[in-house]
Unconditional design. Structure first.
Length: 118
């Protein structure tokens, strides 16, 4: 069974930084592309960033480019989302997800709340 355990969310002020973590098993970590999504109240879930399983290819949404960075900690079987210069509009529930070889985002974490006050 695939498990994704997220942590690191919280309440911060605009301009602050946070790092989210998503830990999984070694087998899952080596086989799947991994990504971060977010869903704000009343809005659709959107992709924030993703990283290929080998770590060489990354994607960041335009809305977070230059402020957020996705990375992989191979020794920890963990994918990170470093968020700098946070804005109130970054407030959302953030989800870690795995992308299977067909391209579908198949497995999801439980979500972690990030709230940015102005």
């Amino acid at each position: 069974q695939v498990q994704l355990v997220e942590s690191g969310g919280g309440l911060v002020q605009a301009g602050d930084s946070l790092t989210l973590s998503c830990k999984t098993s070694a087998r899952v970590f080596s086989w799947y592309n991994m990504g971060w999504f977010r869903q704000a109240p009343g809005k659709e879930r959107e992709i924030v960033g993703s990283m290929a399983r080998g770590g060489g290819i990354t994607y960041h949404a335009d809305s977070v480019k230059g402020r957020f960075a996705i990375s992989r900690g191979n020794a920890e079987n963990t994918v990170y989302l470093r968020m700098n210069s946070l804005k109130p509009e970054d407030t959302a529930v953030y989800y870690c997800a795995l992308q299977d070889p067909s391209g579908a985002w198949t497995y999801w974490g439980q979500g972690t709340q990030v709230t940015v006050s102005s």
